[in-house]
Design a protein around this ligand. Sequence first.
Ligand code: FUB
Ligand code: ZN
Length: 699
Amino acid sequence: MTDNVVVETPGASDASERPGGVQGVSAVLTERGVRQPLGTANVRLGGEGLWGVWQERNRSRTIHHTIREVRAAGNLDNLRAVAQPGSPVASEREAQGAAPTEYRGRYPFLDTDVFKTLEGIAYEIGRGEADAETTDFFEESVALLESAQQDDGYLNSYFQAETVEKQPWDDLAWGHELYNLGHLIQAAVAASRQMGDRRLLDIASRFADLAVRKLGPDGQNAVDGHPEAEMALVELFRETGNRDYLTLAELLVDRRGHGTVELRVFPAEYFQDNAPFRELDSVTGHAVRMAYLAAGATDVALENGDETLLEASERLWRDMSRTKLYITGGLGSRHSDEAIGDRFELPSERSYSETCAAIATMQWAWRLHLATGDTHYLDAFETVLYNAYAAGLSSDGCAFFYDNPLQRRPDHQQRTGAEPDGEILRRAWFVCPCCPPNIVRWMSELQDYVATTGVGADENTLFIGQYTTANIDSDGLSLDMQTAYPFEGDIRLTVTASEGASRTLALRVPAWCHSATVTVNGESVAAEAATADGWLRVEREWVVGDSVELHLDMPVRAHGSHPAVDGTRGAIAIARGPLVFAAEQEDNEAPLDDIVVSVDDVSRARVVPTDLDGHAETQAVAIVLPATIAATRADSELYPELTSGRAASAGTVNPSAATPDASPTQLALIPYYLWGNREPLTMRVWLRRDIPSVTTERK
Ligand code: FUB
Ligand code: ZN
């Protein structure tokens, strides 16, 4: 395809007629849920809040770093190499006498690194914040994609490469063709909604039309081995009005689970092909695949009003959040197959918790929230965001974790299943670089997850679901939100414009908060009774200058774990607000493994500033906690006998804090997401707790 030709899609509507109707709307734009996201035009992040700071870092550092890595890795060269004869890019190559080039990279899904980056960039261009390097990358990529797309709509630089023997659609289990399509669609929808630029949407629609012909109701009874296209196809339906895309998404959800995927290396669970989604009793298999599938299924349920599908999604979420999520919101405890693992199988040091799985989990949570209005999903969203997701990026915005452990031992060796060699801490890029550009796009669209409006009985309500410094506009009411959240629990909202009509402001009270107060213009509003569903509602005729102050009590908390979690049984983790904290050796003299914490001491914790996040605009906090050093004896037995009557003679029971050799100390902890920005030393989220332990000496 050589020109920027708009191909008519049956049923597709013009941008001005599409459900969203205008630019600056959000990434997920359903009209069928009980909440409607406000979107980019109506929520602008402020530079002093953590989300705004993250977004600015993304814009000025991470996007540039990613562009350079994507270029250096050859992703654009791969697209250039498959330019269609007669296309501008092919003509240019011919003029230069360029020879066919090998596909660069190991995986067939490397086009998605470009797509995810474009998705993020579309937001920055739409905001008017992109610089020349960013815009040039966007333009060059669009031109390459236009030139590379085949006449039938097919687009995949791996399968199209002259040097790759496999043919398109030959290997649906591993080929990732629809996974590629899904990310292309999401970039295209972002460009259409944020920039009003439909070039990518035309490309994506042509490929999606081919997918409909290939795999739709009249096509092959097959699915892609990697879910992702489901939610993207639903969004393409929302953007264009073409129901074929929704139908294909529904088919892809319901075909899976019937032994549909051709198995070679991985088992059916890996692909969520062991049981239909509607019948699954627990999240299973490859973590990213599972969560993307669940997000897509929720989208299908929303658009089709499919209650049983929504129930299945909610049931799976419940099971996951009760038995398979790390305290950080990380999903996936097995390096092997990048899989989720059994219920309660949550080892700290081998936590996989892929950064992409964190993003997928937030996408799933968001859709469930839009469908149900349940604040539990927003609680989970912020847990994942501030912990499992945020840990994926270094403070300087230019290095990434792929897997996110909750513990690093002093003698740790790199043994990750994803990237066996290389640095122990975050890396500039990966052979399988799925996570870095995923971080990029998510940072760019953070504002989409701040606020929603209600429908039906809640039509008149503006829901503020996440707290960060931002300006929010909703139906004639404008608010300026200022807060140091998540480091502090005070949120101030000032009305900057109002049409005077009565509106309800609903403020989320997170589940971790046991005491919330709110004042309007300095006067208390009864809060307790109002928060039964997690929302604190204030209704009035707002006038400019009205001030709402929400105080979320944010004491330091101690958490234990379910007795079935062998990996952390009897240990203690420290949290404050939505942040989980971690101890790093750099801040503590005594070896972390020797430090014992008592639940009773948590109330004596001090919250102190730290500059570890490196952002002048925000003041991150650390925690200092009274604790005890109970030295681990090098000669202790690995498996001391505990049998009644034998333990005493074999060794001594050491109740840690009470033993004469225990000495007091102060344990310093930092937000988990900031770990690993210094030397690769020891780190722990789960700490030793002052329960009796046995220190037996070898005889
Ligand atoms: O297969 C595409 C991506 O690569 C997956 O989502 C990640 O887990 C990584 O395996
Ligand atoms: Zn990833």
